[in-house]
Design a protein around this ligand. Structure first.
Ligand SMILES: NC(=O)c1ccc[n+]([C@@H]2O[C@H](COP(=O)([O-])OP(=O)(O)OC[C@H]3O[C@@H](n4cnc5c(N)ncnc54)[C@H](O)[C@@H]3O)[C@@H](O)[C@H]2O)c1
Length: 453
């Protein structure tokens, strides 16, 4: 039974895995090239922000240590997980630059090790990258052969920032791409040990796992875009309501309700880039992957479309307040965030824009310096606003009252992307604009009539 594990890369995912594995009784050695990350973990602190991470590292300190030395990690563990960045390159693919560096050090460490060891790549990569981009480095540096001398697996995780530890310990399933049976058996044993929910393990070839990982994200984003399109349909139909339609769709077992709440586009560090990368792969392999490109184009065009749609509600020169700049509530991450894109599109359309986010404001300030004022004070953000756009379901926003929004004014417009402030709808002082619901049944009916009369 495997007891000693090492983790190469102590970032948002790697460090959460380190803490999660230690919490399940494994002895874990963490490695990072950043001395501050190593120091933090050794001091029992979290090197990155993630829910419950600090507490879990502190609680399992006796089973955790960190080092800058890959040799130390490999020689003193039986299996190494590599979770280093694989950022997008200019082609839209994922660069292996950091992974190559890590695999070189791992290969050199394998050379010094007499026993069997399994290397597991967890970082997101495209099909073929593990076998053709990274395995040769291991064999070259170690002088050993994958199979008889060491094992190799591709084992990505399906986690969301803000719930990484919970998701890692309670996944729907583990996706396990194996070089051979022996590598897969050892990795599966680790998952059975770590999983809190007895999650099933899907074993397959490395290439199938590489494709499956990225396909999951692409499929989910297609659902999101589909729901956003339905929201637009509903705005044009008398009595149209995307929640009613999505609830019905969700009853169909082939579809399911998750990710069908039409509202706003998808963002963050994974979803958008995975579509682009899979589309790149399609182009390389001669696969017609236009579906992915269309999905990406549709999502990227949403902010501009919304601004055009909202223009009748936004008088020229109006002060517009955008609430929610991170790509989801309770996050500081602004990467590919719809809220950021919306601020930019509003500014380009000639509005004065103030953006608010409790956690993301310091990051958004830099990203929006040419387009919007950014604040972490809700009072300041709402002070001069004629129109308020609520882009996330952050409780601080959904609990806003008419009085707080009006601040003594006679009227204000509130655009509610997720229909999360229904209490404002009946207030005559608020022009409430829920995205995904028909704003004018008579006009919508008049548009339909000539089609069928
Ligand atoms: N964060 C997510 O939500 C998420 C979800 C699924 C998959 N992933 C994938 O996991 C991988 C890592 O993502 P992350 O968000 O944890 O990245 P991150 O940037 O938060 O952390 C990466 C860490 O790796 C370290 N590192 C870089 N090169 C190294 C090396 N050669 N040796 C040791 N450490 C090294 C960095 O110093 C950093 O601490 C990426 O491929 C990403 O696509 C991330």
């Amino acid at each position: 039974m495997i007891q000693k594990v090492s983790i190469i890369g102590l970032g948002k995912l790697g460090c959460s895995m380190l803490a999660g594995m230690a919490s399940r009784g494994l002895d874990v050695i963490g490695v990072d090239v950043n001395p501050r990350a190593v120091e933090a973990v050794n001091a029992g602190r979290e090197p990155v922000q993630e829910t419950g991470l600090g507490e879990m590292i502190a609680a399992n300190k006796s089973r955790i240590r960190a080092t800058l030395d890959v040799d130390d990690a490999v020689l003193n563990s039986e299996i190494s997980f590599v979770i280093v960045p694989t950022p997008s390159d200019e082609r839209g693919a994922f660069t292996l630059q950091y992974a190559r560096y890590a695999f070189k050090a791992l290969g050199q460490a394998l050379k010094k090790k007499s026993g069997y060891h399994v290397i597991v790549l967890t970082s997101t990569v495209l099909p073929g990258a593990t076998r053709h981009g990274l395995l040769p480095i291991l064999e070259q540096e170690s002088g050993k052969k994958c199979g008889p001398d060491f094992g190799l697996c591709y084992n990505p995780e399906f986690i969301a920032l803000g719930s990484v530890i919970r998701d890692f310990l309670n996944p729907d399933f583990y996706l396990l791409g194996q070089f051979d049976q022996r590598s897969g058996d050892l990795l599966e044993a680790v998952h059975h040990r770590v999983s809190q929910n007895h999650a099933p393990v899907k074993r397959m070839s490395i290439e199938n796992a590489e494709l499956a990982k990225i396909a999951v994200n692409s499929y989910v984003t297609m659902k999101i875009s589909f729901a956003n399109m339905l929201a637009e349909f509903c705005e044009k139909l008398p009595g149209g309501d995307v929640d009613v339609v999505s609830d019905a769709l969700g009853m169909d077992k082939r579809i399911g309700r998750k990710y069908l709440t039409g509202g706003f586009g998808f963002g963050g560090p994974c979803f958008p880039r995975d579509n682009v990368a899979l589309n790149f792969m399609g182009a390389q392999l001669g696969v017609d992957s236009r579906l992915l490109k269309t999905n990406d184009d549709y999502n990227r065009g949403l902010s501009k479309r919304y601004v055009e749609k909202l223009q009748p509600h936004l008088p020229k020169g109006a002060n517009v307040c955008v609430l929610g700049l991170a790509y989801k509530p309770l996050s500081h991450v602004i990467e590919e965030s719809p809220g950021i894109y919306l601020c930019r599109a509003l500014s380009e359309a000639g509005y004065r824009v103030v953006g608010h986010d409790h956690l993301a404001a310091p990051y958004a300030e830099q990203a929006l310096k040419m387009s919007a004022l950014v604040t972490d004070s809700l009072v300041t953000a709402l002070k001069d606003a004629d129109v308020v756009l609520v882009t996330t379901t952050d409780k601080a926003y959904t609990s806003l009252t008419a009085e707080t929004l009006l601040r003594g004014r006679a009227q204000i417009t509130v655009v509610d992307f997720w229909r999360a402030l229904p209490h404002l709808a009946a207030d005559p002082r608020i022009r409430y604009v829920p995205i995904g619901r028909c704003p004018d049944d008579t006009a919508a009916g008049a548009r339909l009539e000539p089609l069928w009369a």
